[in-house]
Design a binder for this molecule. Structure first.
Ligand code: NAP
Ligand code: MN
Length: 275
């Protein structure tokens, strides 16, 4: 089993990477940055996003795992003082040639410009915003006109990304076993000309949404942490990525809802059982 490490760049993450290299070599794993089987991200969820985009063309063969060096990360769920336990479990799974993984759905977008169609993948979400003025766009679902949007922007997120930007927009948290994408509005303006539904919606697999920005607009497009300014976008189609998922190595169980509770609510049970 080959591994690679991505770290946030701070001293603590760097030190932890050095420790991990030593521990994991003792357990027989080889470092291979180009073709790893397991990618360890040391830092936060943002570091995991970097890891994802670095290896997004190898998703079939790679499983990710994360150690958090800040607050509890959503995807970086191992603590720094558990690094040896993680190395033990990785070593064991390498020896037995048995790597357990969970798979999460992604969003695929197809950007149509006068030059052609570009395809991109996002792990958390993609967003579309206006640069100088509010975004104006027509939204179609499954080739039927749905609404005319005007406002700050539109966020289309994956189930694992539903706890990120989408959550701040009042979107629902979606269990990653559901193959769906969520469309959430960012401060829509509603009047007689521009009418939007106002509620976040979920699209299942095989449905698609097309966004047609008003021609000539300067647009800010974000894919996770990557932001680009574009004025050549004719339309953007989004859908659940077909046949592409991101895999996380599960060396121990940590259910999604426990993760949500620990990240957002806290560890303390309200009703302590009295003896
Ligand atoms: P950032 O500004 O450092 O990240 C914003 C926060 O989102 C950080 O606390 C980050 O955790 C957390 N986060 C990222 N993915 C998450 C997930 N799937 N579930 C729960 N929390 C998550 O920028 P960044 O680290 O490069 O991350 C880019 C992401 O920031 C975007 O994909 C978007 O989801 C999010 N964002 C949120 C808002 C908002 O809520 N208003 C606005 C813009 C962007 P770490 O500190 O562990 O990295
Ligand atoms: Mn961050």
């Amino acid at each position: 089993m080959k591994y690679s490490v991505i770290h946030r760049g701070d001293d603590i993450s760097f030190q932890l990477m050095q420790t991990f290299h030593t521990l994991i070599r003792e357990r027989g794993l080889h470092h291979d940055e180009a073709n790893p089987d397991v990618v360890l991200s040391i830092g936060g969820d943002g570091t995991m996003l970097h890891a994802f985009h670095k290896y997004k063309d190898q998703l079939d063969t790679i499983a990710f795992v994360g150690i958090h060096t800040g607050r509890l990360g959503f995807f970086a769920d191992w603590k720094p003082d558990e690094v040896e336990m993680l190395a033990d479990m990785m070593g064991e799974s390498a020896q037995q040639n048995d790597l357990r993984v969970v798979k999460y759905p992604l969003v695929e977008i197809q950007i149509t410009t006068p030059q052609g169609i570009e395809t991109q993948l996002a792990f958390n979400e993609f967003t579309l915003k206006g640069v100088d003025v509010t975004l104006m766009a027509e939204l179609h679902i499954n080739d039927e006109p749905f609404e005319t949007f005007r406002g700050d922007g539109i966020c289309i997120s994956t189930p694992p990304g539903s706890t990120a930007y989408n959550k701040s927009l009042g979107g629902a948290i979606v269990h990653p076993s559901l193959d769906a994408i969520q469309i959430a509005e960012i401060a829509s303006i509603n009047n007689r000309v521009f009418r939007t539904l106002g509620s976040p919606i979920l699209l299942p697999k095989h449905h698609h949404c097309d966004i047609y920005p008003r021609a000539g607009q300067n647009i800010l497009l974000s894919l996770d942490h990557i932001i680009m300014q574009r004025d050549d976008i004719l339309s953007i189609r989004s859908m659940v990525a077909a046949g592409k998922k991101v895999k996380f190595a599960r060396f121990r169980p940590f259910p999604f809802w426990s993760r949500v509770r620990e990240a957002f609510i806290g560890y303390e049970p309200i009703h302590e059982k009295k003896p």
